[in-house]
Ligand binder design. Structure first.
Ligand SMILES: [Zn+2]
Length: 475
C-alpha cells in the first residue's frame, strides 16, 4: 500500500501497479480495483490519495457503523494516562533500535517452510524483552506472554515467513530512513512492531487487565497457506482463549483488513492410456477432457456481491505433436468472501470434470467400438491451497476500537478485504483485524522491497492504544 502526498500530480506505474494522472479538472486513479476513483483537483490538493495493493479492495463505507462516543472517551482516557504518555515517548526515542531489529531480522532467511532460524532469533528477542513462557510450537510458531489478571488473551501476531525461496540474495541495507531488501517490509515492519509493543510494555510496566499473547507465526505466504495460524487455532489452549487477534502485516497505518478474502486452489490432473497419433487414433485424450471441462466450468455464473471469481491459471500436458498425451493438468483458483460461494464453485468444477470424463469415455467407446478396450481415463483433483473466507461483524469490538483509535489519532484508514493471517480467526467467527506496522513500504514480494521508517511512530501508537483498549487498563 502506498500513501501519496499532495504534490504528486503525475505518476507512472509499471507492471501490475497503478497509474495516476492529474488532468485539468480531475485526478484520475486508474486500476483501483476497477472502480476508477475521480477526485476534484481542489480536493486532491487537500487530501492524501491512497492506492490499494491489487490484492486488497475497499469495503463500502455504508456497511461500517459510527464510532461509539463511549469508546472514544475511553481511548482519550487511555492516551492521557501518565504511563501511556511515557510509552509514547519511549516509542519515539527507540526508532534507531527498531530499524536495527528490522535489518537484523531481514538478514536471516525465512523461506516458506524454512523459518526456523528466524523463529529462534525472535524467541531470543522475546526473552530479552521480558516476555514470559517464551516457546516455539511443533510447526515453528513463536510465543511470548505479557501476563494480565484475566484469562482471555489479546493476541498480537506477525508472520515471520517471506515469499523468497532459500538462496535468494538478501542484500539488506539502510540508506537514511529507508531500509532495502527482500522481506524488509513484509513482514519486517510487522515483526518490528510486535517487538516494539513487547518492548514498550516491559520498559513502562503498563498494567493491562487481559494478558497479551505475542506470536511470530510461520506459513502466511503462498504455499504456506496460513499453516501457522491454522495450527494455533487448532490447539484448544489457544483456540478457546484468544479473544481478539491483532494481525500486524506489512507497513502503513492507513488500512484495516476486516474481511477475509478466501481462496481455494486446485491442480486438476487427467490421465489416459496415451498412444500414437496415427496408429492409436480414437484413444481418449486428456487434453480434450480438460478442454471440455474448462468449456463447461467457465460458464458457471458468479455473483458480483459477495464478489466471487475463478481463474484457470496454468495448463500443462502432452509430450509431442504426434503423441496422444498420457496426462494433462490445469491449475484453478477460486476466490470469494463467502464460503458458500467457494463451495458452489468447487462443486461446479468437480461436476464439469466428471461430465467431461463421461463424454470423452462415451465418444471413445463409439470410436473404438470394435476393439472393446476400456477407455482408461482417470482424473484427480488435488487441493493446493485453501484459505477460508470470513467477515467481521460491523459492530465487532475490535473494529470499534481501531476506529476510535484512528479517530483519536486523526488517522484516516480504509476498511479493506484481503487474504491475511486474520482469515483463520475470522473464518471461525472470532474477532480479528490485520493492520500495518507503521511507516511506509513498497515493492513487497520483489527484490526491490523497501521500508521507510519516517512516521513509524504513528503506526506503533495506533497498535499500542488498540491493544491496550482491548485488554483494558486501570479503572
Ligand atoms: Zn505479509
Amino acid at each position: 500500500m502506498i500513501l501519496l502526498g499532495p504534490f504528486y500530480t503525475t505518476l507512472g506505474w509499471r507492471g501490475s501497479r497503478f497509474e495516476l494522472s492529474n488532468t485539468a479538472e480531475n485526478v484520475v486513479i486508474k486500476g483501483v480495483n476497477r472502480r476508477a476513483a475521480i477526485l476534484p483537483t481542489r480536493l486532491f490538493d487537500l487530501c492524501h490519495v491512497v492506492i490499494w495493493r491489487e490484492s486488497m479492495s475497499p469495503v463500502p463505507r455504508a456497511e461500517v457503523s459510527e464510532v461509539l462516543p463511549a469508546l472514544q472517551q475511553e481511548i482519550a482516557r487511555l492516551a492521557g494516562l501518565p504511563e501511556i504518555r511515557h510509552a509514547f515517548a519511549w516509542l519515539r526515542l527507540q526508532e534507531a533500535q527498531f530499524a536495527a531489529w528490522q535489518l537484523e531480522m531481514a538478514r536471516i532467511a525465512a523461506p516458506p517452510f524454512g523459518e526456523r532460524a528466524r523463529g529462534e532469533w525472535l524467541a531470543q528477542k522475546f526473552i530479552d524483552l521480558g516476555l514470559e513462557d517464551v516457546h516455539c510450537d511443533d510447526v515453528g510458531n513463536v510465543f511470548g506472554i505479557s501476563p494480565g489478571r484475566g484469562k482471555d488473551y489479546v493476541a498480537i501476531s506477525a508472520h515471520i515467513d517471506t515469499v523468497f525461496p532459500a538462496g535468494t540474495p538478501l542484500n539488506i541495507r539502510q540508506q537514511g530512513a529507508r531500509l532495502y531488501g527482500p522481506g524488509v517490509s513484509d513482514n519486517g515492519a510487522g515483526v518490528t512492531a510486535l517487538l516494539a509493543v513487547a518492548g514498550v510494555l516491559g520498559a513502562t510496566r503498563i498494567r493491562h487487565a487481559q494478558p497479551f499473547l505475542f506470536i511470530g507465526n510461520v506459513g502466511e505466504e503462498g504455499e504456506g497457506d496460513l499453516r501457522g495460524m491454522r495450527h494455533i487455532f487448532s490447539i484448544p489452549r489457544w483456540k478457546e482463549a484468544i479473544r481478539y487477534n491483532l494481525v500486524l502485516d506489512g507497513a502503513g497505518s492507513d488500512t484495516i483488513v476486516a474481511e477475509a478474502l478466501g481462496s481455494r486452489r486446485f491442480e486438476v490432473i487427467v490421465r489416459g492410456p496415451g498412444g500414437h497419433s496415427w496408429s492409436d487414433f480414437g484413444a481418449p485424450n486428456p487434453i480434450v477432457v480438460l478442454a471440455r471441462a474448462i468449456q463447461s466450468f467457465a460458464q458457471t455464473p458468479v455473483p458480483a456481491s459477495p464478489k466471487t471469481t475463478f481463474n484457470i491459471g496454468a495448463i500443462r500436458g502432452g509430450t509431442s505433436v504426434n503423441s496422444i498425451p498420457e496426462s494433462a493438468s490445469m491449475r484453478v483458483d477460486i476466490r470469494s468472501t463467502s464460503m458458500a460461494e467457494m463451495e458452489r464453485l468447487e462443486h461446479a468444477l468437480r461436476q464439469s470434470l466428471d461430465t467431461a470424463i463421461e463424454e470423452e469415455t462415451r465418444e471413445t467407446e463409439g470410436r473404438l467400438a470394435s476393439s472393446r478396450k476400456p477407455s482408461g481415463l482417470s482424473s484427480e483433483i488435488v487441493v493446493i491451497g485453501n484459505r477460508p473466507a470470513g467477515e467481521l461483524d460491523p459492530n465487532a469490538r475490535i473494529l470499534q476500537v481501531i476506529r476510535a483509535v484512528d479517530s483519536h489519532l486523526g488517522n484516516a484508514a480504509q476498511i479493506q478485504r484481503a487474504s491475511t493471517d486474520a482469515n483463520i480467526p475470522l473464518s471461525l467467527g472470532r474477532e480479528a483485524i490485520a493492520i500495518g506496522g507503521g511507516g511506509a513500504g513498497g515493492g513487497a514480494h520483489t527484490l526491490q522491497e523497501w521500508f521507510d521508517c519516517s512516521g513509524r511512530e504513528l503506526g506503533l501508537k495506533r497498535i499500542l492504544l488498540a491493544a491496550l483498549a482491548l485488554a483494558g487498563v486501570g479503572a
